[in-house]
Design a protein around this ligand. Structure first.
Ligand code: SF4
Length: 422
C-alpha cells in the first residue's frame, strides 16, 4: 500500500513539473513514505533524515505514511529539519501542502479517516507489467498489537466501477497483472452493502477484463474469507491460486489476547475448505513470536501449526510494542534472546518447507509471467508462478509481459530454474 501511495505522490510531483533524481543530494524535495509496523523502520527513517538535514543545499523534507499519521506534529520536535507531515489519508492534498510549505513551514495534514478518491490513473508507475490497485483502505479489526486502525482509519471500500475502470485502463496500457490491495480485502464492500458487490463479485468483474492475465490480492483476514470467495478463487481463470492468510499465532490464548477473532480450530477448518475448493492453492502467512506472555509451549503450538499447514512462504516477526496500541498494557516480557531463538527456529522450519515445496516441482510444468530480465548479460527472464514462486529461465526481452510454460529443472536459493516449453 505504501508503494502504491508513493506512486500516487510521484504522479502529483510530476504534474507539478518535478522529475525524479538519482541521489538525495540532487533533490529539491524529499518525501519519506514511512511504515510504522515495526519500531526499527521508524528509527531508521529518523536517523536518515537527521543526516540529510545537514546537507549543504537543504531540500524541502517531508514525512508521509503511517509514521506521519501516528506521530503528527511531534515529528517536528524529533527532526528539526522537517518541513511537512502528510498523513496516509491526506495524500490527495500534497499539492496544497507543498504550496504552503514553500511559503512557511512547518505544515501538518493528518486526517483520521480516508475519504478522498486518489488519482490512481495518473500515478507514476514503476513497473510496466504489474500494477498495485487499491480496493479498500483502513481496518476495523483492532488487533491489539497493530497501529493500522489508528493510522489508516476504518475500512473504506472503493467504488467497484472505479476499480474496474482503472484495471481496464491498465490492461489497455499493456499491464498483465494487478495486485488488489487492502489491509483486509475480504471485507471489501461490507461497509457499502447498497453497492451489492462482495470481494468475490469484484474478482468476477475483473476476471472478464480483456488482456488482464493475472489477478492477485492481499491481505485476506481469516475471519472474513467466505465460501463464495473460495469458490471464486478456484473457478476464475485469471485469479492466481495464492492466498496470503495471516495466522499470527498457533495458541488460542495468544490469538484471543491479540484480538484476532478466530481460534486455531476455525482457522484450520478454513484452510481445509480452501484446499478442497482450490486444490493447487499456495498459502502464505504472517507470524509474530514473543507476544507478551507467550510461553515456550505456546510458541511450540505456533511451530506445530506452521509445520502442519506447510505454508509456501511466511513473514516472520519478533514482537515489538507499538505506542498507542492496546498490547502495550502488557509487559513486553519475553526476553530478547528467547524471541530471537523462536524466530530463528521458525525461519529454519519455513526454509525447509519452502525448499521441499519447490523441489516437488522439479520436472513439472508451471505457468510463469515473464516480468523482468535477469542475469548479468540479460539472457534470462524472471517471473512468478501463479502460486508466487520465483522462476528464472532463458529468454529475451521481447518475451517480457507474456505467459510462458516452463519446465522446472532445479532449485537454487529458493528460486526455480527451468526452460520454456516451445
Ligand atoms: S487485521 Fe491486519 S491491519 Fe487490521 S488490525 Fe489486524 S493486523 Fe492490523
Amino acid at each position: 500500500m505504501n508503494e502504491l501511495d508513493s506512486e500516487v505522490m510521484a504522479g502529483i510531483l510530476e504534474r507539478r513539473g518535478f522529475s525524479e533524481v538519482t541521489s538525495e543530494e540532487e533533490a529539491d524535495i524529499l518525501i519519506f513514505n514511512t511504515c510504522s509496523v515495526r519500531d526499527l523502520a521508524e528509527r531508521k527513517v529518523l536517523g536518515k533524515i537527521g543526516r540529510l538535514g545537514k546537507l549543504e543545499k537543504r531540500p524541502l523534507i517531508g514525512i508521509a505514511g503511517c509514521m506521519a499519521s501516528s506521530k503528527k506534529e511531534a515529528l517536528f520536535q524529533k527532526v528539526p529539519y522537517l518541513d511537512f507531515v502528510v498523513g496516509t489519508n491526506n495524500i490527495h492534498e500534497l499539492d496544497a501542502i507543498l504550496d504552503e510549505a514553500l511559503q512557511k513551514r512547518p505544515v501538518t495534514r493528518v486526517s483520521p479517516q480516508f475519504t478522498e478518491e486518489l488519482d490512481y490513473k495518473r500515478a507514476k508507475r514503476k513497473d510496466s507489467i504489474k500494477a498495485s490497485v487499491s480496493i479498500i483502505r483502513g481496518c476495523n479489526k483492532f488487533c491489539t498489537y497493530c497501529v493500522v486502525p489508528y493510522t489508516r482509519g476504518r475500512e473504506v471500500s472503493r467504488l467497484p466501477e472505479s476499480i474496474v475502470d482503472e484495471c481496464k485502463t491498465l490492461a489497455d496500457r499493456g499491464y498483465k497483472e494487478v495486485m488488489l490491495l487492502g489491509q483486509n480485502v475480504n471485507s471489501y464492500g461490507k461497509d457499502r452493502p447498497e453497492w451489492g458487490c462482495s470481494f468475490a463479485a469484484l474478482l468476477g468483474r475483473l476476471n472478464d477484463i480483456s488482456g488482464l492475465e493475472r489477478i492477485r490480492f492481499m491481505t485476506s483476514h481469516p475471519v472474513d474469507i467466505s465460501d463464495e470467495l473460495m469458490v471464486a478463487i478456484g473457478a476464475l481463470r485469471h485469479v492466481a491460486e495464492y492466498v496470503h492468510f495471516p495466522l499470527q499465532a498457533g495458541s488460542n490464548r495468544i490469538l484471543r489476547k491479540m484480538n484476532r477473532g478466530y481460534t486455531v480450530e476455525e482457522y484450520l477448518q478454513k484452510v481445509q475448505k480452501l484446499r478442497a475448493l482450490v486444490p493447487d492453492v499456495a498459502l502464505g502467512t504472517d507470524i509474530i513470536v514473543g507476544f507478551p506472555g507467550e510461553t515456550e509451549d505456546e510458541f511450540r503450538q505456533t511451530y506445530d501449526m506452521v509445520e502442519q499447514i506447510g505454508y509456501s512462504n511466511s513473514y516472520l516477526f519478533a514482537y515489538s510494542p507499538r505506542k498507542g496500541t492496546p498490547s502495550t498494557r502488557w509487559a513486553d516480557d519475553v526476553p530478547k534472546e528467547a524471541k530471537e531463538e523462536r524466530l530463528q527456529k521458525l525461519i529454519d522450519l519455513q526454509n525447509r518447507i519452502t525448499t521441499s515445496h519447490l523441489e516437488s516441482l522439479i520436472g513439472k510444468e508451471v505457468e510463469v509471467l515473464a516480468e523482468e530480465e535477469s542475469g548479468k548479460d540479460a539472457t534470462c527472464l524472471k517471473g512468478r508462478t501463479r502460486t508466487w514462486y520465483n522462476v528464472v529461465f532463458p529468454g529475451s526481452s521481447d518475451q517480457l509481459g507474456t505467459l510462458q510454460r516452463v519446465v522446472v529443472q532445479k532449485v537454487i536459493n529458493q528460486t526455480l530454474f527451468g526452460t520454456i516449453i516451445t
